[in-house]
Write a protein that binds this ligand. Structure first.
Ligand code: NDP
Length: 321
């Protein structure tokens, strides 16, 4: 019999890549979505929509969470489900809190009650560190600048508490930004790639962006879901930082994207103070050395290759099909 994995939040960017990777590793994959109106776009793009057993489960509902975990009694659980936009979290603080903290607590409580012996991975976020002046690790200062960061920090602490007190095998991967062609269009890198390609194909409209000096550690989602699995299966049962170790400004991303399309970004963008984020984090970078030393994981795709992948896939999917 195949081992079972439940991916909570299977319709998102990471959920879709993770489902694919688990299927390739011969898992039976149960994927959850909150709605009956399931968004299969990403799973279809990866050609696996019919290989994931998709069920409705809202983690904010403890009965639904309990029924799902008890019914499948999986070997592995991944919780990727969340209101995942930092920007939106300022407009939806309560929804963000519920989608992250209530969801985490519900999973952990069910697992405590049934004495769950499988492994549980929670998607944490680098946003908990605020601005970093050196690459962040698990001992770095916490500085919560958004409702999203606050919720992710609570979730991280809950998982740590259930691991230490109730001996549940649960871990958090603290993820720095990661992108892919499957990224939602609300996120800035996807917005830049899409706009630059449209301009290349003749669109005259300028791209309006906010603060170009912010720096982030940007990786490739497809690689990050491999790190999630290594962390979840590890006997060390501890939390890790998942990042590339390189930080680049948004200006660099814009410049490189337009350059790869043989365009000069200065001619095509407008910077608007209206798009500057409230409580903006200036610089965010991470330290992946523990993950490399303990589990042998290191990001291979760095910024130039990432931009190239995003451009190539976007052009292939939308302009050459
Ligand atoms: P996505 O936004 O692509 O997917 C998250 C999924 O969560 C959605 O598809 C949605 O599925 C579900 N969801 C549950 N509650 C809500 C809600 N209130 N509003 C919107 N969606 C909700 O996220 P990613 O795949 O990019 O990220 C996966 C996880 O990793 C998330 O927990 C995110 O916070 C975390 N993370 C991601 C980073 C990144 O750079 N991508 C960086 C750091 C952390 P449905 O509608 O089907 O229920």
């Amino acid at each position: 019999m195949k081992p079972i994995a439940i991916v909570f939040g299977c319709t998102g960017q990471d959920g879709s890549y993770l489902c694919k990777s688990l299927i390739e590793k011969n898992f039976e994959v149960i994927g959850t979505t909150r709605t009956n109106n399931v968004n299969l776009k990403r799973l279809n793009t990866l050609g696996i929509a019919d290989q994931v057993d998709i069920i409705a489960c809202n983690l904010e509902n403890s009965n639904q969470t309990e029924n799902t975990i008890k019914k499948y009694n999986p070997r592995e659980i991944y919780n990727l489900s969340a209101q995942s936009s930092v920007g939106d979290s300022f407009k939806k603080p309560a929804e963000t809190q519920r989608s992250i903290v209530d969801a985490t607590l519900n999973i952990l409580e069910v697992c405590r009650e049934i004495n769950f012996k499988g492994n549980i991975f929670f998607a944490g976020s680098s946003e908990i560190f605020g601005s970093t002046n050196k690459p962040a690790n698990l001992t770095s200062k916490i500085d919560l600048k958004s409702p999203y960061a606050t919720a992710k920090y609570q979730s991280y602490l809950l998982s740590k508490m259930y691991r230490e007190i109730y001996k549940i095998n649960c871990v958090t991967g603290i993820l720095f930004n990661h992108e892919s062609p499957l990224r939602d269009e609300r996120f800035v890198i996807k917005k830049i790639i899409n706009a630059a390609i449209k301009i290349k194909y003749g669109n005259k409209e300028r791209l309006t962006l906010g603060n170009l000096s912010i720096k982030r550690d940007w990786g490739y989602a497809k690689e990050y879901v491999e790190a999630m699995q290594l962390i979840n299966r590890s006997k060390l049962n501890r939390d890790y930082i998942i990042c590339t170790g390189e930080s680049h400004s948004l200006r660099t991303i814009v410049e490189k994207t337009f350059e790869q399309l043989e365009l000069n970004y200065l001619e095509h963008i407008i910077v608007s103070k209206d798009l500057y984020r409230q409580n903006e984090i200036e610089n965010s970078s991470g330290d992946y050395r523990s993950l490399q030393e303990d589990l042998g994981w290191k990001a291979e795709v760095k910024i130039d290759e990432l931009i190239k992948k995003l451009i190539t896939e976007e052009i292939t999917n939308k302009y050459q099909s």
